[in-house]
Design a protein. Structure first.
Length: 736
C-alpha cells in the first residue's frame, strides 16, 4: 500500500459563511510552499456535512458560527461516522468552554480568527497531517497484521495447498494494490513455472508459463538460496543485468518485489509482486509484509509436503493395514470370547457348572461339532468323559471310559502338557466316541500344580483345522477351567472349615453357658461358706490376729472365689447380650457427676500403685441418653484395665468430648503399648496378649469383649489407638 501523504497537493475545505474569511485564508495558504495546499470553500452547514460524508478532502477548517447553526453541532454529527475526520475549529471569540467541547467531539485543533497567521495556520495543518499520517500507519499495520493472521489461520485449518496459495496471492495483491502477484516454482534444472497467480486484468496472466532465466540460473540462484530479497522500483533505470531486464520487460513489469521461499536450505520457489502500469517506490512496510508472507508460505509448503509424505506413507501402509485387520479382528474376537467364557466360568464356584459352561461356550464360539472334558484315572490307566456339549447330529460320549493305551501318542503328549491336533480315520468308537465320520480333533491338557488331570477335546469336520488363534483360545480356556476348579475346591474346603468352626463355636458357647449356670449355685454356696468360715475363725482367734499361713491361705481362697464368680457373671452377661433378649432401658445420665463417681474407687487403687488418675471434663456437658448400668460397666472395665496394665509413675486420663451426634469418652494410659499385630484381637473372648504375664495381671480375658458388646448394644462404637508409649480407648455413644 503506497503512503497516503506522497500524493500532493493536500486538499483542504473551508466551511465558512463569510467570504472575506475565505479570501483571507486562501492568501495565508498561498504563502505556504511545502507542502502545497489546495483550498476549497463551502458556505453552508449542509454543504460542509455533505463533503465530509463523501470524504472529498484531507483536512476541514470549520467555522464555529454557520448561520443559525454552529460547528459543535456539525462535530457531533461527524463523530457518529465510522471513520475519523481531521477537523480544525475556527472561532471568532476566545471561549475556553467551546474549545474543550470541540476537542471532546473530535476536533484535532482550534484557532482564534484574530490570532491566525501563516505560521499558526501552517502549524495546525501540519499537526493535522501528522495525526492523519499516524492513523494511516496504524491502519496499514492493522491491515498487514490481519493479512498475516488470516494466512496463518488458513495454514492451521487447511491442508489444501492450492487453495491456500491462491487465497494468499489474492490477499497480497489486494493489500499492495499491485497488478500481479505470482508464486514461481523452481524445477531441478533451475527453470521454473508460475504455479499460482492473482492479476488485476486477465491480459496480465502468466499462469502456467515455464521460464528459462539464464541470469537467475547463473548468478542469483545461490543468492536467493541464502535469503536474498530484491526490490526494484524502476526496471528501466535499474542496474540489473540486460538478460534479466529483457525478461521483465517481456512480462510487462515496471517494478517488482522478489522474496525466496525456502525449505530448509533448499530454494523451493519465489514469491513475486509485479507493478505493470508504472514504476513504483516500494515502502519498507510492504517489504516487511512480503517477507512475513514468504516465511508463512514456507511453513505452509513444508506442512503440505509433510502431509503428502504422510499420505504416501499411509497409502503404502494401507495394504499392510488391510492384511493386519483380519488378524487384529480375529485377535479381538479371541480376547472377547476368552473374556466371555472366563467371566461365565468364574461366575460360579460349582465345579459341575464351571465345566459344563466351558464345553458349551467352546462349541458355540468355535462352531465345533462337539466338546468333551475327560478325567484321567492313572490307576486304571483310563480317561472318562465327564462333561460334553454336542450338536444334534453327533453321537454323545458322556460317561464313556476309554483306555489310554488306545491313543498312546496323543495321551503321551497331553500328559507332558502339550496340545495336540490330529485326525482319526473312521470309525473311532474304540478311542473317543462312536462315529462313522472323520473328525479334526484338538486335545488340550488341563493341569494344576500336581500335573495334568484331564483333557479338553474339540471336534470339527475332518477337512477343517484349528487355527493358531483357536488353539490359543482352547488352551487359555483349559487353563481358566483349571484355575476355576482350584478356586471352587478351595472355596468348598473353606466353607466346610467355616461351618465346622461355627459348629465348634456354638458347642463352646453352649458348653460355657451351661457350665456358667451350673456353677453359679455351687459358687454362691462356696462364697457363703467362706464367709461363715471367716466368722468362725475370727471368733476362735485363728484368723486376723497375726499374719500367718492361715490368713494367706484364706485370702487366696477368697480371691479365687471372687475371680470364678466374676468369670461366671461375665459369661452369663455375654450370653444375654448375644441373645439380645433384654430390653434397652434408657435414662438421662449427667456425665459431669457420673464419671467422677465411677472413677472414685480407682483413685485409692491408682495411688497405691503409684499411678496418677485424672478426670478432665468440659463445662456444660449435654446429658447422655443411655443405659445407666451399661455405661457404668463399660467405664469400670476400662478403668480396671488401665489400672491393671499402667506401670508405676505413669498416668491415667479420663476425657470427654461432645459432638453434635455423639459423646466421645477417651481413657488413656501412658507407659504401655499394644503391639500392632495384637490390636485387632484384644476384643476377642478369652484373648490375652501373649507377651503379658497372665499370673501377674490376672483377669478372665472377657472384659474387653464384654465392653465391645455393651458399646454396640448401646448403639456406639469403640476403637483403640496405641503408640509413643501410650494407649487410648475411645468410646463413642449416641447422645440421644
Amino acid at each position: 500500500m503506497s503512503n497516503y501523504l506522497d500524493s500532493f497537493p493536500i486538499k483542504v475545505l473551508l466551511i465558512e459563511d463569510d467570504e472575506d474569511d475565505y479570501v483571507f485564508t486562501r492568501e495565508l495558504l498561498a504563502d505556504v510552499h511545502v507542502p502545497r495546499y489546495q483550498l476549497d470553500w463551502v458556505s453552508t452547514y449542509e454543504a460542509g456535512l455533505q463533503a465530509i460524508v463523501a470524504q472529498q478532502y484531507d483536512i476541514y477548517l470549520l467555522d464555529y458560527r454557520l448561520g443559525e447553526r454552529n460547528g459543535l453541532e456539525l462535530l457531533s454529527q461527524v463523530k457518529e461516522l465510522p471513520y475519523r475526520v481531521s477537523i480544525i475549529l475556527l472561532s471568532g471569540v476566545a471561549d475556553r468552554t467551546v474549545d474543550l467541547k470541540a476537542m471532546e467531539l473530535g476536533a484535532i485543533d482550534f484557532l482564534y480568527k484574530d490570532e491566525i497567521t501563516v505560521s499558526t495556520l501552517e502549524r495546525s495543518l501540519r499537526y493535522a497531517m501528522r495525526q492523519k499520517q499516524v492513523e494511516l500507519v496504524l491502519q496499514e499495520q492493522a491491515e498487514r497484521e490481519r493479512l498475516i493472521r488470516e494466512i496463518t489461520q488458513q495454514i492451521r485449518e487447511s491442508l489444501d495447498l492450492d487453495d491456500i496459495l491462491n487465497t494468499t496471492v489474492a490477499e497480497v495483491r489486494q493489500f499492495l494494490a499491485v497488478d500481479r502477484v505470482v508464486i514461481y516454482r523452481l524445477h531441478p534444472d533451475l527453470s521454473g513455472e508460475v504455479v499460482v497467480e492473482s492479476v488485476s486484468s486477465p491480459q496480465l496472466s502468466i499462469l502456467g508459463r515455464t521460464i528459462q532465466d539464464s541470469c537467475f540460473q547463473n548468478h542469483w540462484h545461490s543468492l536467493y538460496q541464502r535469503g536474498r530479497i530484491s526490490a526494484i522500483d524502476n526496471v528501466a533505470t535499474s542496474s540489473i543485468r540486460p538478460c534479466h531486464a529483457d525478461l521483465l520487460t517481456s512480462l510487462q513489469v515496471k517494478a517488482n518485489l522478489v522474496f525466496p521461499i525456502l525449505q530448509g536450505e533448499t530454494l523451493w520457489g519465489l514469491l513475486i509482486a509485479h507493478q505493470c502500469a508504472a514504476p513504483r517506490k516500494w515502502q519498507q512496510t510492504e517489504v516487511d509484509l512480503l517477507s512475513q508472507v514468504s516465511s508463512q508460505l514456507a511453513i505452509m509448503i513444508q506442512q503440505s509436503e509433510l502431509y503428502r509424505q504422510i499420505q504416501s506413507l499411509n497409502n503404502n501402509l494401507e495394504q499392510q493395514v488391510h492384511q493386519r485387520t483380519a488378524q487384529l479382528q480375529e485377535a479381538f474376537e479371541f480376547e472377547a470370547t476368552l473374556k466371555r467364557i472366563t467371566d461365565k466360568v468364574r461366575d460360579s464356584l460349582d465345579e459341575n457348572q464351571i465345566l459344563q459352561t466351558a464345553v458349551e461356550e467352546l462349541v458355540a464360539a468355535l462352531d465345533a461339532e462337539a466338546c468333551d472334558i475327560g478325567w484321567y484315572d492313572f490307576e486304571q490307566k483310563t480317561i472318562t468323559i465327564s462333561y460334553e456339549s454336542v450338536r444334534a447330529e453327533v453321537s454323545p460320549a458322556l460317561g464313556r471310559v476309554a483306555s489310554i493305551a488306545q491313543l498312546p501318542e496323543i495321551h503321551g503328549q497331553t500328559l507332558e502338557g502339550r496340545s495336540v491336533q490330529f485326525c482319526l480315520a473312521a470309525p473311532i468308537n474304540l478311542a473317543l466316541r462312536e462315529s462313522n465320520n472323520r473328525f479334526s480333533i484338538l486335545a488340550a491338557p488341563m493341569s494344576d500344580e500336581q500335573g495334568v488331570f484331564g483333557n479338553l477335546w474339540l471336534f470339527k469336520p475332518a477337512l477343517e483345522f484349528f487355527s493358531e488363534v483357536e488353539i490359543r483360545l482352547i488352551q487359555q480356556v483349559a487353563n481358566q477351567c483349571a484355575i476355576a476348579l482350584r478356586q471352587a475346591r478351595l472355596y468348598e474346603a473353606a466353607q466346610n472349615q467355616v461351618e465346622e468352626l461355627e459348629r465348634l463355636n456354638c458347642l463352646k458357647d453352649d458348653f460355657l453357658n451351661t457350665v456358667s449356670h451350673e456353677l453359679r449355685t455351687p459358687m454362691a454356696n462356696i462364697k457363703m461358706a467362706t464367709q461363715m468360715l471367716e466368722i468362725v475363725l475370727q471368733q476362735a482367734g485363728i484368723l486376723g490376729t497375726a499374719v500367718g499361713p492361715v490368713d494367706r491361705y484364706f485370702q487366696i481362697l477368697q480371691d479365687e472365689c471372687r475371680r470364678e464368680i466374676n468369670l461366671i457373671n461375665d459369661l452369663l452377661d455375654l450370653a444375654r447380650l448375644d441373645a439380645e433378649v433384654e430390653p434397652l432401658n434408657l435414662t438421662e445420665v449427667d456425665l459431669g457427676t457420673f464419671i467422677p463417681r465411677v472413677a472414685e474407687p480407682f483413685l485409692e487403687r491408682s495411688h497405691t500403685q503409684q499411678q496418677q488418675l485424672e478426670v478432665h471434663l468440659p463445662a456444660d456437658l449435654p446429658p447422655l441418653m443411655t443405659s445407666f448400668a451399661g455405661i457404668e460397666r463399660i467405664l469400670t472395665e476400662l478403668l480396671n484395665n488401665a489400672c491393671k496394665y499402667t506401670p508405676p509413675h505413669q498416668s491415667i486420663l479420663i476425657a470427654v468430648q461432645p459432638t453434635p451426634d455423639f459423646m466421645q469418652i477417651r481413657i488413656t494410659n501412658t507407659g504401655v503399648e499394644i503391639p500392632d499385630d495384637e490390636r485387632d484381637r484384644i476384643f476377642d473372648r478369652f484373648y490375652r496378649i501373649p507377651r503379658n504375664d497372665p499370673w501377674k495381671y490376672g483377669g478372665t480375658g472377657l472384659g474387653l469383649a464384654l465392653v465391645k458388646k455393651l458399646v454396640e448394644y448401646l448403639g456406639g462404637s469403640i476403637t483403640v489407638e496405641s503408640g509413643n508409649q501410650q494407649t487410648c480407648f475411645m468410646v463413642a455413644l449416641p447422645i440421644e
